[in-house]
Design a protein around this ligand. Structure first.
Ligand code: BGC
Length: 871
């Protein structure tokens, strides 16, 4: 069902003159896309055993054409994957988006990932995941195309950061894992995406004239930052993974054997299936050998010509022996096993909506143009009471950055003047722009594939009016020319926005990334704030934004009393805000990224997008581990507002102790060998298994996996002659490997997940007036004198209290695992605990990355000044 105007996307990256095509331009020295073959078989992990043995039984009955059919979509706009109906294996419906069900009616438009991350609230993140899963199930989806953790949020200008949870691997990892758990408990397969390094939109895609850009990432940075959330997703059993559009270290992600075979499937022990991002499939044999299991939406990267690199081509490649049947069997088994694993063989609803039309009846094969019609929409309402969760997320994400003189909350008796078009829903309707590719009215989400249709948009002005009926609203982004002098008691609330999205659309000159006015608010929002503050002595700024903003031109103005970030609130933008503005609820959101004073507080590699180059654009992650607060701390640069910052109307005290749980060794104990995996015949199947059925009525542009008899026979003859004509890549092998020491379970060596320390933190609301929720963030500082350069502090876990009344306390527990205390040793190719021999880590606890105190170790009854003892 998933579709969009991807044709645009395919070309949008080539706005400049086409260059000479060089499939693999030189990447800077030291960045290596090493070969890793063969693709590891799935099925060796105990928790997947049952699903794999069911899959084995089904797959062993499939013909060649049935097998190749289920590894691909049937074509853009056609919807879904191919099926093996004869055996009861259906076409699978794969549907966006990271924030709900996209392109569908009667769904909830949840707050975006970035908003969800800003709650720093595990229970809410999970509840949102459950609700998203329920909605996908109700609509008949098989595979939910989320959550997104790549981009990780390295570049503040990056277009799709808002789909994920914030610029930190641990925040991304924990939020993704909870989302996956919530979704998959509803019998929906979640997809962790995009593997990996998709940190900007510009030049992300391969096209016939130019390769997508190469994200050049070193081994340690890859493990400790960008792969970290993927490992956690695999650890909780995510069913599918999507490769990114770009290349990594010179090799396209959709056919990157080291990434897919090596890291994802062998080291992380991923048991599900790997799909390509839409129209990023650029080879047939190479991508199969590199470990890709599903090609979406089935077409070559120029769609709509009825061509595919797989389907009939994959049938041919197996018959002529270039793709070993063993590889195809593993691809298919992974897909079928995942379907069984989530119980989709038992009364899983069939899709009851169309992404192509809101009408009841529509084309059954939209890309075919001349297609039979039939009922395509059943208008199933799946919203239930999910608005409550959506509202709670939107509300508890609201981040109070500044509150001079405790000016907020407001009283409903105050005289309020509201400025900014973002206070009110787009007058053309909240869904007026396709894929939300415009910034008009309240900004509840960015644009692109990561959106949903609003069932309604509860806008701020409506919610404010409910409390203050005579509020004055100036529905303008320019300060009115003739504005009567306000009285000193009048309070101005100014709404500003900043939007971004996917490269398939350009909005107000921004082609995905925020590339026009750096981090300024759109529509001259900063000027609106400044002008308003010239007139009004009390100004509150409310920002709806995809990410950090440059606040410098007004943030120190004493007349700007309060600043609230709503992030991207989704459909519940009104009440959630009013609850905070008027003090029904204390703000408890925290920044999921840092806000710097100057863009160049970050190095060039982070601050800027990589632009045009002849050949492949090189985006070298030269800052390594040092993104966001890691970089700023290293440089001793004070941000305007640090990662994790967020004020409340009340105050909290924290009291933490450390309990040691598991003693650690230098490296994790040796992994167990892999369990057994399904066994099939490896004989090339008879050519007849790929013949077109006689008298078959073909649909134009529909992608099929059958071949003409002659072609099939010819391929088979080559195959059984054993003449391997294919030019296999360097390092190619068909001998299964035992797997690396760092592997052994889902997410890596199971011991990585052992809890080494527990840190109970007792939080007290020390205020007298307001109830509130506290965010407890735990950061690790590695011991001094270790042979690894490590960022000064790194987030490792977080918890949030319930609502605490004044004087009330609650104890939350932080957990630190072996993985949290390890670094990736590039020589050992393993996780190492550098302090295992008696060196001391420091555990920093607080409610922002720049408001931390050390926890005390009390196992001996002595508080040792906040140092963790030898492990
Ligand atoms: C996006 C993916 C999305 C897919 C399907 C692509 O353009 O990058 O995130 O899931 O489209 O719509």
């Amino acid at each position: 069902m998933a579709y969009r105007s991807l044709v645009l996307g395919a070309f949008a990256s080539t706005s400049l003159a086409a260059s000479v095509v060089t499939p693999r331009d030189p990447v800077p020295p030291g960045f290596v896309a090493a070969p890793y073959y063969p693709a590891p078989h799935g099925g060796w992990i105990a928790s997947w055993e049952e699903a794999y043995s069911k899959a084995e039984a089904l797959v062993s009955q499939m013909t060649l054409a049935e097998k190749t059919n289920i590894t691909s979509g049937i074509g853009i706009f056609m919807g879904n994957t191919g099926s093996a109906e004869r055996l009861g294996f259906p076409r699978m419906c794969l549907q966006d988006s990271a924030l709900g069900v996209s392109s569908a009616d009667n769904v909830t438009a949840f707050p975006a990932g970035i908003t969800t991350g800003a709650t720093f609230d595990k229970k809410l993140i999970y509840a949102r995941g459950v609700a998203i899963g329920e909605e996908h199930r109700g609509k008949g989806t098989n595979v939910y195309l989320g959550p997104s953790v790549g981009p990780l949020g390295r570049k503040p200008l990056g277009g799709r950061n808002w789909e994920g949870f914030g610029s930190d691997p641990v925040l991304q990892a924990k939020a993704a894992a909870l989302t996956i758990k919530g979704v998959q408990e509803q019998g929906i397969i979640a997809t962790i995406k995009h593997l990996i390094g998709n940190e900007q939109e510009m030049y992300r895609m391969y096209n016939p004239f130019q390769p997508g850009y190469s994200a050049n990432i070193d081994d340690r940075t890859l493990h400790e930052l960008y792969l970290w959330p993927f490992a956690e997703a695999v650890h909780v059993g995510v069913g599918s993974a999507m490769t990114a559009y770009n290349a990594v270290n010179g090799s396209a992600c959709s056919q990157h054997s080291y990434l897919i075979n090596g890291l994802l499937k062998d080291e992380l022990g991923f048991q599900g299936f790997v799909m390509s991002d839409w129209l990023s499939h650029i080879s047939g044999v190479d991508s199969a050998l590199a470990g890709l299991d599903m090609n979406m939406p089935g077409d070559t990267n120029i769609p709509l010509f009825g061509f595919s690199n797989w389907h009939y081509e994959l049938s041919r490649s197996v018959l002529n022996g270039s793709v070993p049947l063993d590889r195809l069997n593993d691809m298919v088994t992974r897909i079928v096993a995942t379907w069984y694993k989530f119980g989709q063989d038992k009364d899983h609803p069939r899709p009851n909506f169309s992404s192509n039309t809101r009408d009841r009846d529509g084309l059954l094969y939209p890309a075919a143009l001349f297609s039979p019609k039939g009922q395509v929409n059943w208008f199933v309402n799946v919203q239930a009471d999910h608005y409550l969760i959506a509202r709670e997320v939107a509300q508890d994400a609201i981040t109070l950055l500044k509150n001079n003189g405790s000016f907020l909350p407001l009283a409903t008796s105050q005289s309020l003047h509201v400025f900014g078009t973002a206070a009110q829903v787009n007058p053309d309707g909240p869904n007026a722009c396709m894929n939300r590719a415009c910034n008009k009215g309240t900004l509840g989400m960015g644009w692109g594939s990561g959106v949903a249709d609003y069932p309604y948009l509860d806008d701020p002005i409506t919610a404010i009016r409910k409390r203050v009926p005579d509020v004055k609203f100036f529905n303008t982004d320019g300060f009115p020319w003739f504005h009567p002098t306000p009285s000193p008691d009048d309070v101005a609330i100014v709404f500003i926005t900043s939007d971004a999205g996917e490269n398939s659309f350009t909005v107000e000159g921004n082609n995905g990334d925020r590339n026009s006015a750096k981090l300024a608010a759109w529509h001259n929002g900063d000027e609106l704030v400044r002008k308003t503050a010239e007139k009004y002595s009390s100004v509150i700024v409310v920002a709806q934004t995809v990410g950090p903003l440059d606040l410098e031109s007004w943030i120190d103005n004493p007349r700007v009393k309060g600043v609230l970030f709503q992030h991207l609130p989704g459909q519940e933008a009104g009440e959630s805000l009013a609850n905070i503005l008027f003090g029904d609820v204390s703000p408890s959101g925290h920044l999921p990224y840092s806000i710097t004073k100057r863009a160049n507080d970050f190095p060039d590699s982070i601050a800027n997008l990589r632009g045009f180059a002849f050949g492949q654009v090189q985006d070298t992650f030269s800052e390594g581990l040092y993104i966001d607060y890691r970089w700023l701390n290293k440089q001793k640069t004070k941000p305007r507002f640090a990662f994790g910052h967020g004020l409340s109307y009340t105050n909290f005290s924290f009291d933490a102790t450390i309990e040691s749980v598991t003693r650690l060794s230098l490296v994790p104990p040796a992994r167990a060998p892999k369990g057994s995996t399904p066994v099939y015949s490896t004989e090339i199947p008879p050519a007849s298994e790929a013949y077109w059925p006689s008298g078959f009525n073909r649909i134009w542009r529909y992608l099929y996996s059958w071949l003409n008899k002659n072609d099939a026979d010819k391929a088979y003859a080559v195959g059984i002659a054993g003449v391997k004509k294919y030019n296999y890549p360097a390092g190619y092998s068909t001998v299964q490997k035992p797997g690396p020491a760092a592997g052994g379970g889902e997410g890596g060596n199971p011991a990585l997940w052992d809890v080494a320390f527990r840190v109970p933190v007792t939080v007290k609301n020390t205020g007298t007036e307001f109830s509130g929720r506290a965010s407890v963030q735990a950061y690790i500082q590695y011991p001094e004198g270790i042979p690894y350069d490590t960022p000064i502090v790194q987030l490792r876990d977080f918890e949030k209290t319930q609502v605490l009344a004044p004087g009330e306390t609650e104890t939350v527990t932080i957990e630190l695992t072996r993985r949290d205390l390890s670094v990736w040793d590039t020589e050992l190719q393993n996780w190492v605990v550098p302090g295992f021999d008696g060196k001391r880590y420091t555990v920093w606890i607080g409610d922002a990355s720049d408001r931390l105190f050390t926890a005390c170790y009390t196992d001996t009854g002595i508080c040792e000044g906040g140092k963790v003892p030898p492990v």
